[in-house]
Design a protein around this ligand. Structure first.
Ligand SMILES: CC(=O)N[C@H]1[C@@H](OP(=O)(O)OP(=O)(O)OC[C@H]2O[C@@H](n3ccc(=O)[nH]c3=O)[C@H](O)[C@@H]2O)O[C@H](CO)[C@@H](O)[C@@H]1O[C@H](C)C(=O)N[C@@H](C)C(=O)O
Ligand SMILES: Nc1ncnc2c1ncn2[C@@H]1O[C@H](COP(=O)(O)OP(=O)(O)OP(=O)(O)O)[C@@H](O)[C@H]1O
Ligand SMILES: N[C@H](CCC(=O)O)C(=O)O
Length: 456
């Protein structure tokens, strides 16, 4: 009998995670209750999960509950999870649940895990593509959208797991076969309370057998240095030292796993530019840790196509190109995005989640033709611009539509410029999510400037 059979488990959250966790727990023979702050979200589960008790708005676990499986968005200081901790009831996430269920299997899948502030989804997508090119039954799962527990129960042999800082926080015993920390910058500080708390959660990905990290960032390199993993591997945008992957003569090169090996031409990597290359090196490192050939790395990277709203070209009109990088939901991603262009009209704003834009504005001011600011934290960005880039023209739009923003951006742009939506912020103050915001931007561009030249 498995470790969950007959146990009384409370699932916190009736979203993507809660539904899958509840199904897995039921199948494992647990007695399951699900709660959610939203009665509507809970009610939507009723026809899908017969046999589960649905209780809206629980502020403390019922006395019979032995384990709480929380959805990642729930903060540790939320009333329910605080009450569980105070009562000595263990709280874990769905990723931890999947890990524990995997340990009960005769032949568990290998976990290759990816975290970092930016590039996680791109990296797990590249990794999945590489593993499949090697003929391996692999799937990208985790924060990318497919709950890990679903990937596990589907019997996949290798899990390319995207882990958010929230998921890592709730996964105390997960030890991936290989894990990568891509990069680290301010994000989700409102959830973790401090940068140190956020970084500590992210460092959890480096506690497996092989730890991989982006060593061009000294803070990340130090976390790698301090990792308890048996094997440490760095990746760098420059020429790799022994024990690293990096770039040499226009090729990704592996100097860590076996003899020095050329993996793939940089020209084959999409998205192009430094962020895409970093993500490709990270994906290649995890695949090589799993024994994948250089040939499969090359084919997997060549066949990979990036997701929508990630530095996506919309159109060109009057010599001005329009780029949708709505997925740049924090300052670090926005900075990487702006660096791909010499002269930019920057469309930004939304929910900064406690992050500062001062470094971004200071470093990238020289490439800003102008800035158009929308959304809840537009004033914070405007203040940073006036402190560090007082000569940059800024339009701060109150109660604006995306069409207003595009019109303002077009009036600032000169031929050769790029108008780039790289908000540095989350979108939920004005939109459902970043994809909704990206579509609104692309639609507004096409409405305001016409179709121009659309790349195929
Ligand atoms: C916020 C978050 O981490 N969401 C991830 C989660 O989706 P899920 O639907 O379970 O979201 P959730 O926010 O954890 O739970 C939502 C449910 O909990 C309820 N809820 C949430 C918090 C709370 O204090 N009380 C409460 O009742 C909500 O009403 C809702 O019904 O699990 C999915 C599968 O693993 C992930 O794809 C998804 O990542 C999204 C895309 C995300 O935005 N992630 C962040 C970390 C990011 O990428 O920056
Ligand atoms: N290595 C990198 N360094 C900096 N920025 C990057 C890197 N890779 C991708 N980005 C940028 O980060 C943004 C998000 O990319 P992606 O969806 O791959 O990351 P993510 O970590 O999964 O994001 P999220 O946590 O918000 O889901 C995009 O704007 C992209 O241009
Ligand atoms: N990735 C989530 C959601 C952002 C969005 O969809 O706008 C965040 O940064 O908080």
């Amino acid at each position: 009998m498995g470790l969950l059979a007959g146990r009384n488990v409370l699932v916190a959250g009736a979203g993507v995670t809660g539904r899958s966790a509840a199904e897995a727990l039921l199948a494992a023979g647990a007695a399951v209750t699900v709660t959610d702050g939203s009665a509507d979200r809970l009610a939507a589960l009723e026809p899908l999960l017969p046999g589960v008790a649905l209780v809206p708005g629980l502020a403390a676990p019922p006395p019979e509950v032995e384990l709480v499986v929380t959805s990642p968005g729930w903060r540790p200081d939320s009333p329910l999870l605080s009450a569980a901790a105070a009562a000595g009831v263990e709280v874990v996430g769905e990723v931890e649940l999947a890990w524990r269920m995997g340990l009960e299997l005769a032949d568990p899948p290998a976990w290759l895990a990816v975290t970092g502030t930016n590039g996680k989804t791109t990296t797990v997508g590249m990794l999945e593509s590489i593993l499949r090119a090697a003929g391996i039954d692999a799937v990208a799962c985790g924060n990318v959208g497919l709950p890990v527990v679903d990937a596990l129960l589907a019997g996949r042999r290798v899990l390319a797991v995207e882990l958010s800082s929230f998921q890592l926080h709730w996964s105390p015993s997960v030890r991936p076969a290989a894990g990568v920390l891509l990069n680290l910058a301010e994000d989700h500080l409102d959830w973790h309370g401090s940068f140190e708390g956020y970084a500590a959660a992210k460092a959890g990905v480096l506690t497996g057998e092989v730890a991989v990290a982006g060593v061009d960032d000294p803070y990340v390199a130090d976390l790698l240095h301090r990792s308890p993993a048996a094997v440490h591997v760095g990746f760098t945008a420059g020429a790799p030292e022994e024990g690293q992957l990096g770039v040499l003569d226009g090729h990704l090169v592996d100097r860590a796993f076996g003899p020095d090996t050329v993996l793939a031409p940089v020209a084959d990597v999409r998205p192009g530019g430094p962020p895409g290359i970093a993500d490709a090196l990270a994906a290649a490192a995890l695949a090589r840790a799993h024994g994948v050939s250089a040939e499969a790395v090359r084919r997997g990277l060549r066949d990979f196509r990036p997701g929508a709203h990630r530095a996506e070209f919309v159109t060109e009109s009057g010599g001005v190109s329009y780029v949708d990088d709505s997925k740049a939901t924090n300052p670090h991603a926005a900075e990487a995005s702006l660096r791909s262009h010499e002269s930019v009209v920057w469309v930004a704003g939304g929910l900064l989640k406690g992050a500062s834009v001062d470094d971004l504005v200071r470093t990238e001011a020289h490439r800003l033709r102008g800035a158009v600011l929308i959304g809840a934290d537009r004033g914070v960005i405007a203040a940073a611009l006036s402190r560090h880039a007082p000569s940059v023209p800024v339009a701060v739009l109150d109660d604006a539509t995306m069409e207003d923003a595009v019109r303002a951006a077009r009036s600032m742009a000169r031929p050769g410029d790029a108008v780039v939506l790289a908000p540095a912020a989350a979108s939920m103050d004005m939109f459902n999510d970043y994809a909704h915001r990206g579509r609104a931007f692309a639609d507004a561009v096409l409405a305001v400037v016409g179709t121009g030249h659309r790349r195929s």
